[in-house]
Design a protein around this ligand. Structure first.
Ligand SMILES: [Zn+2]
Length: 354
């Protein structure tokens, strides 16, 4: 199959969801777009047009009543879903285009000549959105809608979602907790909002063993996440043999981020993304789609997104970060290694981890 340049999804409407003086602001996306412009990324990618997700596509994940609530709130000029989660007059349109942008990337990945690898620079983010409730800056669960589209429209049987946002993707977990056709893996800081994502939350019923949480203590860095991927996530993912790899690509684990307390670098995210590209190449016909979630330091987010696009698209352009990062390299911490051992003990009953 001939593959073209990596896909890039973005849309001016994503800047119109503007909740005011808020960490999840349009400036985040502007920062990424500025970084991409400076690096002349647009010459290297295939721009994919976003479209609004239809009600039918959104109902694969979300309740009809919740969709109408969002529509009504936006129509009235806006309001709050909870203390963190604001709907403005433009938010429902932006959210439908964010979910639909991810669907465009999925459709391209399953076409014969479209890009297998794509980056979706979308807002509002999605991984804290539940079927009937938006929380944590998230309105519609973009990645979950994309996974369900691949399953139902493209008739695949196994989709992997890897979530490396510093917060646990509680909304995504809830959508797929009882299902084995989507394997959800989250690595996140704990304790931290939303307070979920325990190691022992492994799924239920059909989904038992298909929900992998690895909570890490504050302070973890590149080496810790790479060890977690190499020892836990990747062996499970290879055994699962996903036909599509989706990444909830939040970068609030970066050392400069104001909301997280981890110490990842753009280079670390590049190495994680390269592993996902290789996994997709082995199992999923090269289909790997990274979707923006959190990340609240604008300059760092730009470098991290560039690193992810560079890695999944094999562009050979990345190589930068904000100054002042962790100096030198260190071995994974003993506490993180202990948590990985615990996770291996739990998941080794189902997956070949020894
Ligand atoms: Zn986050």
């Amino acid at each position: 199959m001939t593959r073209c340049r990596p896909g890039l999804v973005t849309d001016p409407a994503y800047l119109e969801h503007a909740p005011g003086n808020w960490p999840e602001s349009p400036e985040r996306l502007r920062g990424v777009l500025d970084r991409f412009a400076s690096s002349r990324v647009h010459d290297l990618v295939k721009l994919l047009a976003a479209r609004p997700a239809t009600d039918r596509e959104l109902r694969r994940v979300h309740h009809e009543g919740y969709l109408r609530l969002l529509e009504t709130l936006a129509g009235r000029g806006g309001g709050y879903l909870d203390r963190d989660t604001v709907v403005t007059s433009r938010s429902y349109e932006a959210a439908r285009l964010a979910a639909g942008g991810c669907l465009a990337a999925v459709d391209a990945a399953f076409s014969t000549s479209g890009p297998g690898a794509s980056l979706c620079l979308v807002r509002p983010p999605g991984h804290h959105a539940f079927p009937g409730r938006g929380t944590g800056f998230c309105l519609l669960n973009n990645v979950a809608v994309a996974a369900c589209h691949a399953l139902e429209h493209h008739h695949v049987e196994r989709v992997l979602i890897v979530d490396w946002d510093v917060h646990h993707g509680n909304g995504t977990e809830s959508v797929f907790y009882g299902r084995s056709d989507v394997l959800y893996m989250s690595i996140h800081q704990s304790p931290l909002y939303p307070g979920t994502g325990e190691l022992t939350d492994t799924g239920e019923g059909e989904g038992e063993g298909y929900n992998i949480n690895l909570p890490l203590p504050p302070g973890g860095g590149d080496e810790d996440l790479l060890a977690a991927f190499d020892r836990l996530f990747l062996p499970i993912a290879r055994a699962y043999r996903p036909q599509l790899v989706l990444i909830s690509s939040g970068h609030d684990g970066h050392f400069a981020d104001p909301l997280g307390s981890m110490r990842l670098t753009a280079s670390g995210y590049h190495q994680l993304a390269a592993r996902m590209r290789d996994l997709a190449g082995e199992c999923a016909g090269g289909r790997v789609i990274a979707v923006l979630e959190g990340g609240y330091h604008e300059e760092a987010l730009g470098w991290c997104m560039l690193a992810v696009l560079d890695a999944i698209g094999e562009l050979g352009i990345a190589g930068g970060d904000v100054p002042g990062g962790p100096i030198g390299k260190s071995a994974p911490s003993q506490e993180v290694a202990r948590r990985i051992d615990l996770a291996i003990a739990i998941h080794g009953r189902r997956w070949p981890l020894h």
